[in-house]
Design a protein around this ligand. Structure first.
Ligand SMILES: Nc1ncnc2c1ncn2[C@@H]1O[C@H](COP(=O)(O)OP(=O)(O)OP(=O)(O)O)[C@@H](O)[C@H]1O
Ligand SMILES: O=C(O)c1ccc[n+]([C@@H]2O[C@H](COP(=O)([O-])O)[C@@H](O)[C@H]2O)c1
Length: 194
């Protein structure tokens, strides 16, 4: 049975932390592929600074050239609030021969009880949790925990840096070029060159 990992996120912007965790899940669990899936409207947070289309493009740029990574545009195309239960109901229905794994960072585990229809979601997919220092990973839900090299990096930090510091080594080069070309997050076209 094909093993499909889904890394759902806002990807505002995608960064090296996302690529590292996806890669560790791929190898640790023996997945056949990992699909990066940007949400349209994030269920639990405000999203500003880039459009859904721009977040999708950045996710494509970040994963390009890695044959075991793909982009799943299902939630962007569906619109509305991107509840994982609704999405995974559709994806598992469309691909009955695949086994789905939903990859989450250790920081999200504590919040799982408030996810939409979580008791049904855990019957559709298996959660892979990527350990992160400082976060409580105790949960009543079944989460397969994996180790990963850690990067203290978040999209929030990158949005805050973009106006006056380079994003070099923190996001893939093509993602930084796109951010500057589109002047996302208050950035300037050539701020990364000195
Ligand atoms: N540095 C990181 N290490 C491990 N997991 C991460 C890291 N950054 C994000 N994640 C995980 O990646 C998934 C998608 O995250 P998301 O796209 O919202 O990025 P984020 O950096 O957490 O964003 P923001 O700062 O805007 O909240 C989530 O499961 C999150 O826990
Ligand atoms: O379905 C839910 O209730 C739910 C609640 C919080 C987060 N999620 C999903 O978890 C993934 C990571 O969330 P975020 O907020 O870090 O982008 C993303 O795919 C979200 O749609 C899903």
């Amino acid at each position: 049975m094909k093993k499909v990992g889904i890394l759902g996120g806002t990807f505002n912007p995608p960064h090296l932390g996302h690529l590292i965790m996806a890669n560790e899940a791929y190898y640790s669990v023996g997945l056949d592929e990992v699909r990066f899936m940007p949400n349209f409207i994030a269920p639990h947070k405000e999203v500003a600074g880039a459009s859904a289309e721009q977040r999708l493009t950045m996710t494509q740029l970040a994963t390009a050239g890695h044959p075991h990574f793909r982009v799943e545009d299902f939630e962007i195309n569906s619109g509305g609030v991107s509840y994982s239960f609704d999405t995974l109901t559709k994806l598992t229905g469309q691909e009955p021969d695949a086994e789905f794994f939903f990859i989450i960072g250790g920081d999200m585990i504590e919040g799982l009880p408030s996810w939409h229809r979580i008791d049904e979601l855990i019957k559709l997919i298996r959660f892979i949790g990527v350990k992160r220092s400082g976060y409580n990973i105790e949960t009543p839900y079944p989460v397969m925990m994996i180790e990963s090299p850690e990067l203290l990096l978040s999209s929030t930090m990158l949005r805050e840096r973009a106006a006056n510091r380079p994003l070099t080594f923190l996001v893939p080069e093509k993602v930084e070029a796109f951010i500057r070309k589109e002047r996302l997050y208050g950035s300037q076209p050539n701020a990364s060159s000195r």
